[in-house]
Design a binder for this molecule. Structure first.
Ligand SMILES: [Zn+2]
Length: 287
């Protein structure tokens, strides 16, 4: 069993890279990819911690892209086997970090105007990698326990898309930009969780993704756990996986898969059995 889509506290996950490695070993997972949002900060720690242990760490990243030209607000591209020390990749992630910080600064200004007394600096102290809205949410829960009891609640009331304190983040570019950066860093690009879109829409998107240089798509994904809006059962989830595996064959794409584990209430590690062959095929390709 493998898992090629995992987050740590270097982005919006709950656990440190070390903790993620330990839990994955406990679950009997043989290889994991650390794919934090827009950062590669957790990769070296995971590799270091995994030394001498029975687990293989694949360096990765998940890049948020603006595809509004194609009718998609935010698309996620997974890069696997990236050289996490590549200068272009590092520069790219630094730029995104700045954009994230600017967006959060503006959001905190809005929150101040709405009467919430939190400062950018105090929230920033709790950020270990990518600055995310969960960091702001946690601070609000801490300071206003009578008003908020969970991150979801803060998102629903204040910081979710379209809510009073939300500010859009300028994206660094479309899928093409992300794919180019991943290629420069020696990695392979995958369209993350295509099943979150309507089937026809996703097929159009996969076409564009391939046309701009993308190598594959994520077939294995726990939609039945992560996306309640889809309202699908475990069995229907297997059917969705098969549907995208068919797409992979017909379009001659590569296949990837992961649990999108974040820890906390996104406890999906080991919930979906992803066969080792998937990784073997990718390793063949990367040689
Ligand atoms: Zn993810």
């Amino acid at each position: 069993m493998i898992d090629l889509h995992i987050h740590t506290n270097k982005s919006d996950g709950v656990l440190s890279p070390e903790e993620v490695v330990d839990i994955a070993i406990e679950k009997g997972i043989k290889a994991i990819a650390i794919t934090d949002h827009d950062v590669v900060d957790g990769v070296s720690e995971a590799i270091e911690h995994a030394k001498g242990k029975s687990i293989d760490i694949i360096p990765g990243i998940e890049i948020g892209c603006d595809e509004s030209d194609n009718g998609f607000k935010e698309i996620h591209v997974i890069g696997l086997f990236v050289d996490y020390k590549n200068k272009d990749l590092i520069r790219f992630t630094e730029e995104i970090k700045n954009q994230r910080r600017n967006q959060k600064r503006e959001m905190i200004n809005k929150l101040n105007k709405l009467g919430y007394a939190i400062s950018f600096d105090e929230v920033a102290k709790s950020v270990k990698g990518a600055f995310g809205r969960p960091h702001i949410s946690k601070m609000l829960i801490k300071k206003y326990p009578d008003q908020f009891s969970s991150i979801q609640e803060v998102f629903g009331k204040l910081v979710g898309v379209g809510k009073p304190a939300y500010v859009d983040r300028k994206k660094i570019g479309g899928m093409k930009t992300a794919i180019e950066i991943i290629k420069k860093a020696g990695g392979l690009s995958f369209l993350a969780h295509p099943g979150v879109y309507k089937k026809e829409d996703s097929l159009g998107l996969i076409n564009v993704f391939k046309a701009v240089g993308g190598e594959g798509i994520e077939t294995y994904y726990p939609y039945h756990i992560i996306c309640p809006v889809l309202g699908i059962s475990k069995k229907e989830n297997s059917e969705l996986i098969h549907f995208y595996q068919d797409v992979v064959r017909k379009m001659e794409l590569l296949e990837s898969g992961g649990s999108d584990f974040h820890g906390g209430d996104r406890n999906t590690l080991g919930e979906i059995k992803i066969p080792d062959e998937i990784l073997l095929r990718l390793k063949d390709k990367i040689k």
